[in-house]
Design a protein around this ligand. Structure first.
Ligand code: MOS
Length: 713
């Protein structure tokens, strides 16, 4: 059954729209000092000399810090740090854009000018290590999500038994998160107490990293983050600028504000690494998979192994007696990459769902039917039962809403005037990250209910979700609920990543509200709760609870699913691709607030469109430098790029995932879009684009590979 769209409007919407909402850099601080970073201009080498004389003499400049006078910081490791290398600790340059100095001045402009006047010279400058030149190696444990390698059955035997085999290589480019709000830190010390206002997806991770860096107990560090102007993963971990601002505040004895420039956002808080993925699928005559092999390699820094777990979804997506997945990394001269919405599956499902489309053509089978035929009864790699597996429902519902049944199978068979028209589809999945969290709920005699949780509001609408949960649990009006969030002084929560906040923080709020309801029910009287509090002579009553995901779901394969169908129109002379409409149906646990959930999926699809059509950060191999560090050179979609988006949800409460039945949705919408578009482009043009983005030059000058599907006689 398709769930209806309704729900609570964002309680913080008006404040954000009118500019009343405070973001980190808006924090008013008396006597604040402004910091500006000096980035390294080489990708590998050693700092020979830093001439700070001109900067120190410049108007308003208070100090210039380099590796020679920077306090020595202690590390806590990654995560919560985004990378293992700490800033300004030695003279080694490991990536272009690495901070080599920091200028502190009375105003923002004076700090920027001072930074321009710092002259660094470098020695031992070598040719950077570029992706594709080196060796692919097994990642060392560390900054890895999931299980990079795994095998079940005998893939070689499965391929030998197959009558149709498709094998192809797919690539995705380096991408940057490019949130509207650049990363920013405002740090103030009061004795040995540190307060930091930060744009972060993880206030408690920031607290941990800062406490470790300055050798303080955690409760001496308070991190505040009321709102985030977009994060998408680049604010998930703690990056050098946060440590630098806190160190500068300690050195100068004044509060310090550090806001990264747009250009610095390309070298300071990670990026999504390129992937090169090879997929081999074998089937019998009926289109049943006999073997699946999916290997991926991605570049990482020279000093950390960040493995992009692109083969993740392939582990549980389709039934096959033999599956072999592996992720390798290559050490290159760049900053350590980091997760970006949607990491892992967002990249891997481009390859898998493109290959499934190629297989459908080789078999002359409808691509939806091919997927339905390979629907597994249990998790194909672990043998575990699925907590829920409504993928077929999503496929059927979305196909019907889209009108898929009228599709002619042949490429280049639909035309409208001069435009070629194509329809394509893809399955969608995302892993389910379940993270522990705490929350406190307080009911006051004045009729207000206060929800308190340290968690961050990244823009998904979490305050509305928590309001809904508290109001439903206590049976009070949502308008009487206030949510306080974004502060390490509030109950501890996990980071806002892995699409986990509704499930984790929401379950904690539900548990606290349930406990509070029981306490309120134990009061004398029968009237409304505030009245009963007053009668009992109480101003307020509260309850705090922690939700631990270990309490349930053991031995279950827990994921979210969906299906997306798109129509593209291609101008064959200009290579232009438009997406006038798309239909997507998702199964992602119980949907708490359908209004903001739908917005999440629309945003995810727009994000996936960007992956398919526009986004690419070219890393110049000789310089080891991202070429276009601005929003003119890094293209993201605008409203005019995208037509009608039809989003629906299957009702799929999953109590193996959480007591609320909720799972995660934040990243799911970004998955599968690029494959559906590439498949639609093939249907429109007969050109198979296996390298993202699907740029004009790729469509006008296609690489006409030897046909990859091979059908044995
Ligand atoms: Mo997300 S890439 O888990 O912030």
């Amino acid at each position: 059954m398709i769930a209806a769209i309704g729900g609570l409007r964002r309680p913080d919407g008006a404040a954000k729209l009118t500019g009343a909402a405070d973001y980190a850099a808006d924090t008013p601080v008396d006597g604040v000092t402004h910091a500006a970073l000096v980035p390294a201009t080489v990708a590998t080498g050693r700092i020979a000399h830093i001439d700070t004389a001109a900067a120190v003499r410049a108007p308003g400049v208070l100090a210039v810090l380099t590796h020679t006078d920077m306090p020595r910081l202690k590390t806590i490791g990654s995560p919560p740090l985004g990378q293992s290398v700490l800033p300004l600790q030695d003279d080694t340059v490991r990536y272009e854009g690495q901070p080599v100095a920091m200028v502190l001045a009375e105003t923002f402009e004076q700090a920027r000018r001072g930074a321009e006047l710092v002259r660094a010279t470098y020695a031992d400058v070598a040719v950077p290590r570029a992706f594709g030149d080196g060796e692919s190696v097994t990642p060392r444990p560390g900054l890895i999500s999931g299980n990079p390698a795994g095998r079940v059955g005998d893939v070689e035997a499965g391929l030998a038994a197959a009558t149709t085999v498709v094998t192809a290589t797919y690539t995705t480019p380096n991408r940057h998160h490019s949130p509207m709000e650049p990363s920013a830190t405002v740090a103030s010390w009061h004795g040995d107490q540190l307060t930091v206002h930060e744009s972060t997806q993880w206030v408690f991770g920031t607290q941990m990293a800062l406490a470790a860096a300055f050798d303080l107990p955690a409760d001496h560090v308070r991190v505040v983050c009321p709102f985030i102007g977009g994060g998408f993963g680049c604010k998930g971990f703690v990056w050098p600028h946060t440590l630098l601002a806190a160190a500068a505040a300690r050195v100068t004895g004044r509060p310090v504000k550090l806001v990264l420039t747009r250009a610095q956002m390309f070298t300071s808080c990670g990026h999504q690494p390129a992937t090169t993925q090879t997929l081999t699928l074998g089937t019998d005559d009926d289109g049943r998979l006999t073997a699946v092999r999916h290997h991926s390699v991605n570049p990482t820094s020279t000093f950390d192994d960040y493995a992009e777990n692109a083969t993740g979804g392939t582990r549980w997506m389709y039934a096959s007696p033999a599956i072999d997945v592996a992720v390798l990394v290559e050490h290159t001269s760049r900053q350590t990459p980091t997760p970006m919405r949607a990491p892992a599956e967002g990249l891997g499902m481009f390859a898998l769902e493109s290959a499934m489309d190629e297989l459908a053509y080789a078999l002359r089978m409808d691509p939806v039917e091919l997927r339905l035929r390979n629907e597994p009864a249990v998790d194909p790699m672990t043998g575990q039962p699925f907590s829920s597996r409504p993928l077929p429902d999503c496929l059927r519902a979305a196909a019907q809403r889209f009108g898929w049944s009228g599709r002619p199978a042949e490429p280049r068979s639909m035309r409208d005037g001069d435009e070629l028209v194509g329809w394509g589809m893809a399955s969608v999945t995302m892993d389910t990250f379940r993270l522990p969290s705490s929350a406190r709920v307080r009911l006051q005699a004045d009729g207000r209910t206060i929800v308190e949780a340290g968690t961050q509001e990244i823009g998904t609408g979490l305050p509305g979700v928590l309001t809904t949960i508290a109001a439903q649990t206590l049976g009070v009006d949502p308008g009487s609920v206030e949510v306080h969030h974004g502060d390490t002084d509030l109950p501890e929560t996990s980071g806002t990543f892995g699409s986990s906040a509704t499930m984790g923080v929401g379950s904690a709020v539900a548990a606290a509200a349930t406990e509070l309801r029981d306490k309120l029910d134990a009061l004398a009287g029968t009237g409304a709760y505030p009245r009963r509090l007053a009668d009992a002579g109480l101003d307020s009553l509260d309850a705090e609870a922690r939700w631990d995901p270990a309490e349930r779901g053991e031995g279950r394969s827990i994921h979210t699913y969906g299906a997306i169908f798109v129509e593209v129109r291609v101008d064959p002379d200009l290579g232009l691709v438009r997406m006038p409409r798309c239909t997507a149906t998702y199964a992602a646990g119980r949907i708490i607030n359908p209004l903001t959930a739908r917005s999440q999926m629309i945003g995810g699809i727009a994000w996936g469109y960007g992956q398919a059509m526009l986004e690419e950060s070219i890393l110049e191999p000789q310089l080891g430098r991202f070429l276009s560090k601005n929003m003119a050179g890094y293209l993201v979609p605008v409203c005019a790029d995208i037509g009608d988006i039809d989003v629906s949800f299957i009702e799929d409460p999953d109590t193996d995932a959480s007591p609320l039945g909720a799972k995660g949705i934040g990243e799911l919408g970004a998955v599968g879009v690029s494959a559906a578009i590439a498949n639609a482009v093939f249907h429109a043009t007969g050109i198979r684009v296996r390298d993202l983005p699907i740029s004009i030059e790729r469509l006008l000058n296609p690489v006409w590979d030897a046909p990859t599907p091979t059908t044995r006689p």
